[in-house]
Design a protein around this ligand. Structure first.
Ligand SMILES: [Zn+2]
Length: 276
């Protein structure tokens, strides 16, 4: 596959300079790419107007909850003692805008950061980056207590490059509107400073169950070995709301009580009970 193949493919999906997209990607899904991740990033910025990508640093900046701090339905672990907590904080990396992006997000976001992206937010766990005319508007929508703000501000589409809906964070945004998948997590935000961060999304390993509901709204093509899908953000929000309003456990696993899915379900049930 070449960058030109990807440019053609993205145009076939109807994307153009007016498009705003959140991109979730897997470079290896394409097979061999001439020019590698840089070719993919160039194709995205050549075709689309504004490209938004995750830029989280959790692997470096994340820490356990301090001892004794237990939020309801939070599915997280505490340091055993204050000395243990202090040690973990000292071993974590302070958030800085130039930190590399978590590897589990793929090679493409890190390449995008290094080659294309003039802006990045400063959320210590769940940063975003963007390039294009709407980049500042999207990134300014993130606050420390509202990490999914850029997705909320996005006026456009979800673009899945060779990944499934298990990477589709917009599903988490819809969950959070319904009182589900709002977790507290902890990070080293600067030297000697740690913070509690609310509204961090939860588990997504069952999210591909949304696929049949989104099929009619999805445009897709095959490029190389990769399946490329474009889904309007509003369709993702509507489909998730429909499923979760019909079944509070939709898109969650229900056979593993230790999974964060169980805590997310309890959050939704508590939210429904509060409204009753
Ligand atoms: Zn689960």
């Amino acid at each position: 596959m070449t960058g030109a193949d990807l440019v053609d493919g993205l145009r076939k999906l109807g994307l153009d300079r007016t498009s705003e997209v959140i991109v979730h990607s897997s470079l290896s899904s394409f097979g061999y790419v001439d020019g590698g991740a840089e070719a993919v990033c160039s194709a995205l910025t050549e075709v689309c107007g504004t490209v938004l990508m995750p830029a989280g640093t959790w692997d470096l900046t994340g820490i356990p909850a301090p001892p004794g701090l237990v939020r309801p339905h939070n599915a997280y672990w505490n340091a055993e003692s204050w000395p243990d907590f202090d040690k973990r904080v000292s071993e974590a990396t302070s958030f800085r805008p130039e930190l590399p992006i978590d590897r589990w997000l793929g090679t493409i976001p890190e390449t995008f950061r290094l080659t294309c992206s003039p802006f990045r937010t400063e959320h210590p766990l769940f940063s975003y980056q963007a390039a294009g005319p709407a980049a500042e508007r999207l990134l300014e929508a993130q606050r420390p207590d509202w990490p999914l703000g850029p997705l909320e501000a996005l006026d456009g589409d979800v673009l899945l490059l060779g990944v499934t809906h298990t990477s589709n964070t917009t599903i988490h945004l819809a969950e959070q509107y319904l009182g589900r998948s709002r977790f507290y997590r902890y990070a080293k935000s600067a030297d000697g400073l740690w913070v509690e961060l609310p509204n961090i999304p939860g588990e997504s390993h069952q999210f591909d169950l949304i696929e049949p509901v989104l099929r009619s709204a999805t445009k897709q093509i095959q490029i190389g070995n990769a399946r490329i899908r474009r889904i309007p953000k509003q369709a993702v929000l509507a489909a998730t709301s429909q499923l979760v309003e019909g079944d509070p456990a939709a898109l969650l696993c229900t056979d593993d009580p230790t999974c964060r899915c169980a805590a997310a379900l309890q959050q939704r049930l508590a939210s429904l009970a509060g409204k009753a």
